[in-house]
Structures are given as C-alpha cells and as structure tokens.
Design a protein around this ligand. Structure first.
Ligand code: MOS
Length: 720
C-alpha cells in the first residue's frame, strides 16, 4: 500500500500541448492523402431507393462515391463478452435523420464537400416516425429492477416522505477534437488513425466488419482531444473511411463537421426520474422507490443504469429501482460523461434536499446522519467510502456555517438573492486488465508501453509519477506509448477506470525491473542511474513485461483482453464493492430583475482513493464542475419534431458554459488509499467529478429563491 502522497509535478505533455506540437489523429501527415465527406439522410425513417452520383462525379477532383453497395453484408452482432460489434456502415435502411447515405472521396476537401452537396438521394420515407419519448409509436421496455430489502413495506411505515419527478434533457458531447478517421491501406495492412478511447475496439470492429484478420489492422490514437464516452467504439464514419481507402488504394481522411457529429455520434438521452424517499421518526432515510426511464433508439443497447450510484451513498436499507427504455426513431444514445450517475444524482440529491427541508434539518447534517459501509444491492462491504470526510472538509472550506436556513434569507446589498447548496455523487471504481512492457536502455531512454488512452485527462502523467518514484531513470527521455494496437492489446479507456487499471501494473513493472536489474548486476555496484549502470555492464537495454487483472479475475479475463474483448472488473468485486465519492458545495446568485443565475463559488472535495497526479487530478475535478454547471444552466439538445434530428446542432445554438459562467472552483481530495482495490489504493476520478454538481446548483437555487427547479437545464424563465 502506498503510504506517502505523490508530489505535484507538471503534466508530461504540457509543453508539447502549449506549443501545439502534440499530434492528434487528424494531424498525421500522410503522402497522397484523399479527402472525404459524408452525405446525410434528409428523412427521419425509411429507405434509400437510389443514390444518383453523376452530378458529384462531374465535380473536378471527385474520385469515387461509396454507397450501401460498397460494403460487405452485415455480420451478426457477437454475444455479450465477445469481440466488439461490427462497425456501422452505409445501409439502405434509414433509422434516423442525418444517417450517412454516401461517402464522397476527392483529391481535395473542397471537392469532397462540393461532391457531397451535389448528391440528392431518392427515398421511400416511412409513413410515420417517433422522435420524442412517450409519443404514439414509442415502445416501452423495462429492464431488471435494482432491489434491496422491501421498499414497499418499509415505505408504508415511514413518518415523512417526499415524492417528485426530475428530468434531464438530451445532451451531446462536444469534445474540441472533432471525430475523424484517417485510413491507410498498403501491402495488405490497414492502418487507422482515429481519436478514440478504444483503439482495441476500433480494430476488433474493423476486423469483423471488413472481413480482415487481426494481423491486418493497426489502430493508433496517441492523443485524444476529449472523449467523454463519445469515442468509446468504432465511430459512425470509421468503417466508411477504411473501406474507401481499401477500394481506392490511397489514404483517405474524413473530419466530420460538428453539425454531422450531433446527428451521428452517440448522445445522452433524455431521462426522467420518479423518486419517493421515506424517513423514519429519527429523521433517517430508510426507503426509496425510484422509477427511471430514458429515451432509446429502436435497437440501441445503452443500458439505463440509473441505479448504479444512488444506493452506494447513504446505506438506505430498502430500495426498489426500476428502469425503462422508451424506444423511438433516433440515433443510438450512448455513454456521455458520468452517463447515468450525473442525471440520477441530480435527481436523487435534489430529492434528498427536499426531504431535509421537509424535516427541517440542515442538508449537510442530514446527509451526515447516514453513512454507507455496505453495498446493499450485492450485499458486500464497500472497499472505502469517505463521503463523510468529503462533506465535513467541504463544509469547512466553504464556510457552510454562514448559511442561514430559510430560503430567500440571504441577499446582497443590491437585492441579489444568495443561495448555498450541497449535493453528493458516487461513481463505480471499475478496473480493467492491462499488459505493459518496460524497457530501460543504456542510451538514456526509457520506453513504457501499456493499454490506455490519453484523452486530455493526463494519464501519461500518472504513469510517469509511479515510474519515476521507483526507477532511477531520466524522466525527460521517458516515452509512454499507449492507444496503439501495435504495442499490445488496448482496452476501452472509459468509465473512469484508466488510472486504476494502469498505475498498479506500472508499479509492478518497476518492481520487476529493479529485481531483474539486481539479478543482472549480480552483486556488482556500478554508480549512476539505471542507464549508466546498464552502460557500465555493457548491456544495451533490459526489458520486463507484466500483466495484471482486476481483483477476482484470472487467466480467462486476461485471455479475453489479449484477444481484443472487454474484461471490465468491478465495481462489485468478489469480496467487496468499490466506488469513488464527491461532495459539491455551490453558491449561487440570482439577479433580482432578470433572474439571471450565476455560480460565483464552488468547493468540491473528492474521495478517489490515493491521488496519483495532484495537478491533473485537480484539473479533472475542475473540468467536471464546469460541466456540472454547464449541465445545470445551459446544455440541452432540441429535437426537431417535424423532420427528426436535432435543431441546435452547433456550438452557437447548443450552449455550453463559457469562462463568464465560471467563478472560483476550490478542489480538494481526501487522498486516503483504498485498502482493497489495488496496491496504490487508487480508485477513479474523471466522472465522479461531475456527479452531483447539478444537484448542488439546484439546491442552492432553492435556498436562494424558495423555488424548486426539477428540470434541467435551469433557465431564467423558470424563475420568473
Ligand atoms: Mo466516460 S462516459 O468514457 O467519460
């Protein structure tokens, strides 16, 4: 167990990013590169009957137009736990507006755009389509409930209860790095450069969908300019671009315009939460009934896991949660930052605040009456839960004691209403198997290869922290190769399991290396760092390979991973359950005339186990809080009920929080290692950072104004 905190060190990639020299997928220079553009469907549902291409082919520079006929027939989706599904291709069947109908490939980007504009497919539209949940034509499908104890019986015996509905809208991820694919087909080898959270998944999908062998596909994703779940699988355009490169025999690149990303990438579906909480005579929550429902595509598989976080926070013994998909005609929803815990904790933590108000108990004190030590759903101990510590430290830093309890009781001199709100969050601490190689050379270089992806979160910096703590190497010449199927299997880096999956195995690799070095030296004691020691015994380099699986996993999961499958461990491990936690404290100001809501101050304290890289951890939490504020006050994608698709499909109309929306954000960590999860005691951080933040904003608005807002995002008109 790691007993000492890690020091603050600069990010390893800070300099190259500031200088603009970091190379992202779309920056890769490839000679003879062609450019592509997609043609989006203009119907909401139906079939393409023909794609006239003559006008496009007359555009100077256009080489080829790919349509449904250019793709092998689809292969059956694999069984659960098997290889990744085949990638989307072009099909004649149109399931949603904006789905690609054709791909135009040209010598220049301008010609590709002009060619795509010249294509007007003919359609046989379906008689009817459904784009909003709960309309005629939607199909409701309930999944397995999440249960502990007997919520119905317990609810009958409570003394105080609160019941309400909370709503979170459709939202789209908008990483600054656009979706893009560059594909090179040469000598029977397909090399794909794509900003992805899962080079392994992209490879496996292409192998299946394009009928290739694993030896024929390499996927490289050294830097990702934000993933957030949008880039967790082969993207809508991946196989189109790869197929084009194979058919034409020249490299092809597509950068998907943002308007098309809104229609073709996955998104956070609209979701609704009917919550009832009951408290006993001592003022403790003992029963929860919670029905969640989400918008879903006709065949989508994004699971409505709205009960994964809430039961892990307060040790409420009686819980009954249901979850329903409402299937309509849209593109597939998918994982988007803190996918289900963000909306479920907004809803639940608002409900907790409402119940505390009903009981007349301070909302921090009310939460502190509950402490979770067990996972009630799987009946296992929690490996660690320091939510109390987050709450007490947060309240201290925020100066919560300055809050006067009555809503509307705090004002600035100009009449601005002031509110203090608190809310908490939890997020699963999953981990994934990993295979790493560590090579130190006499020439002064060190190379570490692993499964992981750098998405801006700073995972290379966490790896460096561990390696330089244990190895006498030159950190300036340490190369960390990740996101590359050429160096080893690559798991999906998502669900906040990246750090906890790679740093323990990096630590093991360092220990193994030092042991191998001692054996090599056989009692000799040459001076200097490891590079000099290798040089003095005339050994060019020394390499070790180490693999690691999650607690409870073994050879089977490692083999699954080596063959390109997913093998996620946790958060319910055989002996325990692991979650990360956070408490957010938010101050809002509501301007008296315009009712404009501002968030001048946030304090967020996280329990992510041991903090590995203080600097990148802090920026993860700051980013999560910014997104929480953005979700609370700004983000909503508007459905077009007339034609299907989305109306505000750009960053001018899909409004996100900007600098002017963000005030002071004070971030803190409990920084106590989890005793069970791994040798470093690291849990996960990226997503829990956002969870609960929107609830804290809601609770602060209630405290400022006396008005309870239950539908995200909160806009001026809701306070008029
Ligand atoms: Mo996670 S949904 O990959 O941010």
């Amino acid at each position: 167990m790691s007993t000492t905190a890690f020091p603050d060190r600069p990010r390893v990639d800070a300099r190259e990013k500031v200088l603009g020299t970091a190379v992202y997928a779309a920056d890769v220079a490839v000679p003879g590169l062609l450019h592509a553009m997609q043609v989006p469907a203009t119907i909401a549902k139906g079939r393409v009957t023909s794609v006239p291409i003559d006008a496009a082919m007359r555009v100077p520079g256009v080489l080829r137009v790919l349509t449904a006929d250019d793709f092998p027939p689809p292969v059956a989706p694999p069984s659960a736990g098997g290889p990744p599904p085949p990638p989307p291709t072009i099909t004649a069947e149109i399931a949603y507006r904006g789905q690609p109908v054709a791909l135009v490939v040209a010598e220049t980007l301008e010609a590709a755009i002009e060619g795509a504009e010249a294509i007007h497919p003919r359609y046989a539209p379906a008689a009817d389509f459904t784009v909003l949940p709960d309309e005629k034509g939607a199909v409701r499908e309930e999944v397995e409930p999440t249960t502990s104890g007997n919520a119905e019986r317990a609810m009958a015996g409570v003394t105080t209860r609160h019941k309400a509905e909370y709503i979170s809208p459709p939202q789209h991820h908008n990483p600054i790095e656009m979706l893009s694919t560059t594909a090179v087909w040469a000598n029977g080898l397909l090399t794909v450069y794509e900003g992805t959270q899962s080079a392994g998944n992209v490879k496996g999908s292409l192998v299946r969908g394009l009928r290739l062998t694993p030896e024929q596909v390499v996927v490289k994703s050294p830097q990702v300019g934000g993933g957030f779940g949008q880039k967790g699988a082969a993207q809508r355009q991946t196989a189109l671009v790869a197929r084009a490169a194979m058919l034409i025999g020249r490299p092809v690149k597509l950068v998907v315009p943002r308007g098309q990303i809104f229609h073709n990438a996955t998104f956070r579906p609209e979701n609704r939460h009917h919550i009832e909480i009951g408290a006993d005579a001592s003022g403790r929550m003992i029963a929860v009934r919670y029905d969640a429902a989400q918008q879903q595509s006709r065949r989508g598989t994004f699971p409505p896991e709205y009960h994964e976080a809430v039961p892990m926070m307060y040790g409420i013994p009686h819980y009954h949660g249901t979850a329903t998909n409402i299937r309509i005609d849209t593109q597939n929803p998918g994982y988007m930052r803190a996918p289900t815990p963000h909306p479920s904790c907004f809803a639940f933590e608002s409900a907790v605040d409402e119940l505390a108000a009903k009981l007349g108990i301070d909302p921090v004190a009310f939460r502190l009456r509950h402490r979770a030590t067990r996972d009630p759903i799987h009946d296992k101990p929690l490996s660690s839960c320091l939510l109390h510590e987050c709450l007490t430290e947060g309240a201290r830093r925020f100066r919560w004691e300055r809050r006067t309890p009555a809503p509307g009781s705090m004002r600035l001199a100009d009449g601005t209403q002031v509110g203090f709100g608190v809310a908490c969050g939890a997020y699963p601490a999953s981990t994934h198997p990993n295979v790493v190689k560590l090579r130190v050379s006499a020439d002064g270089t060190t190379r570490f290869t692993a499964s992981s992806h750098e998405m801006g979160q700073g995972i290379r910096s966490t790896i460096e922290q561990v390696l330089v703590r244990h190895l006498a190497i030159d950190p300036a010449r340490l190369e960390i190769v990740i996101g590359d199927t050429a160096v080893g299997p690559q798991h999906t880096t998502a669900g906040s399991w990246g750090t906890a999956s790679v740093v323990p195995v990096a630590e093991q690799a360092a220990a193994r290396f030092n042991a191998a070095m001692a054996e090599l030296l056989a009692g000799r004691k040459p001076g200097g760092n490891l590079h000099r020691q290798l040089a003095s015994v005339r050994r060019p380099s020394l390499e070790v390979e180490v693999s690691r699986v999650a607690p409870g996993q073994g050879a089977k999961e490692l083999a699954t991973f080596r063959q390109g499958g997913m093998a996620i461990g946790g958060p319910d491990y055989p002996e325990f359950t692991s979650y990360s936690y956070i408490a957010h404290f938010v101050e809002v100001h509501v301007e008296p005339r315009t009712r404009r809501i501002r968030v001048p101050r946030v304090v967020s304290i996280a329990d992510c186990g041991r903090v590995i890289s203080p600097r990148t951890a802090e920026s993860q939490v700051r980013g999560g809080v910014v997104w929480g504020i953005s979700a609370a006050l700004r983000e909503k994608t508007e459905v077009d009920p007339r034609y299907g698709g989305w109306l505000n499909n750009d960053l001018a109309d899909y409004v996100v929080a900007v600098n002017a929306d963000i005030g002071e954000i004070d971030v803190g960590f409990i920084d106590r290692p989890d005793p069970l999860l791994n040798v470093l005691g690291a849990k996960g951080l990226g997503e829990v950072a956002m969870v609960g933040c929107a609830g804290a904003v809601a609770n602060a608005i209630y405290h400022a104004t006396g008005k309870r807002l239950r539908e995200l995002p909160f806009r001026v008109e809701q306070l008029l």
